[in-house]
Design a protein around this ligand. Structure first.
Ligand code: FES
Length: 280
């Protein structure tokens, strides 16, 4: 059993759990994910690692309650335990000394981009961070994120905190001002990552994105996380979660997401889910 040591409510639908999982904490690297199960009947929930502490033996997860399983998870409290906690899974982020890098976290994507930002900083890069969300209530970990950056920007769609606009708008200003950017990692909703890549592709700025949000069972079995990268079909949970954003077919990924959304609504309304529908 894996004990929840700490729970924090970051916003009404955004929760943080710090979980005792020393073996995972010992081995994990930035960009990887875990799969958990609440109990015997529970579905597998893949979540990207937001932070880890090798000495304490803990893993920090941040998740949005977007479906039945994550809502159930959100009801758990510190002191409760999870049945399964498997990981680390997925390929770690490519951490190198690129030079000047921009790390973009949009919405709940701020969580997985945090350890990558820290690793890029530790590798000797000049790090510019951008945190964005629809509104200020959906932003979190701003001080923690900022502490890993040489320069830090905040934006919200409604202008309630930081600059008014999207993360891609802020990125455009940074590119106009700085000229040379060597590497970008962007994690967030698919439209946000698509907008970032549309901006950087013609400029030839190497840009990686994480497709973690489309994973369902995280095992390579359900096929829900298929994504076309270049001319190849890849599985996010096995081949990713990060891919070269200039090669990802975002429109196809969005269409698939829409498909699952209908099923998710039905599962929530019925109070049950047969699995594989993306309602986690
Ligand atoms: S999440 Fe099911 S195959 Fe990748």
């Amino acid at each position: 059993m894996y004990k929840i040591l700490r729970k924090e409510v970051l916003s009404p639908t955004l929760k943080l759990f710090e979980i005792e999982a020393p073996k995972v904490a010992k081995k994990c690297q930035a960009g990887q994910f875990i799969i958990l199960r609440i109990d015997e009947k529970g579905e597998r929930i893949p979540l990207t690692i937001a932070d880890f502490d090798r000495e304490k033996g803990t893993i920090t997860l941040i998740f949005a309650e977007v479906g039945k399983s994550t809502q159930q998870l959100g009801q758990m409290e510190a002191g409760n335990s999870l049945l399964d906690f498997i990981g680390p899974l997925g390929r770690p982020s490519e951490i190198e000394k690129y030079g000047r890098v921009v790390c973009i976290g949009a919405g709940v994507g701020i969580a997985p981009v945090f350890p990558i930002t820290r690793a890029l900083k530790e590798a000797g890069n000049e790090v510019i961070g951008i945190a964005g969300a629809r509104t200020k209530e959906l932003l979190f970990w701003l001080d923690e994120f900022k502490a890993q950056c040489d320069e830090f920007h905040i934006c919200t769609d409604d202008g309630s905190l930081g600059e008014k606009g999207f993360v891609s708008d802020v990125l455009k200003k940074i590119i106009d001002e700085k000229g040379k950017i060597d590497y970008i990692i962007a994690i967030g909703p698919i439209p946000a990552m698509k907008a970032v890549c549309a901006l950087t592709k013609p400029l030839g700025i190497k840009t990686f994105v994480s497709m973690n949000s489309i994973m369902v069972d995280g095992t390579g079995m359900c096929g829900a996380c298929r994504v076309t990268v270049g001319n190849e079909t890849k599985f996010t949970c096995v081949d990713g979660p990060e891919f070269d954003g200039h090669l990802v077919d975002f429109d196809e990924a969005m269409r698939r997401g829409e498909q699952f959304k209908d099923e998710e609504q039905r599962a929530l309304a019925a109070g049950s889910c047969g699995g594989g529908c993306g309602c986690h």
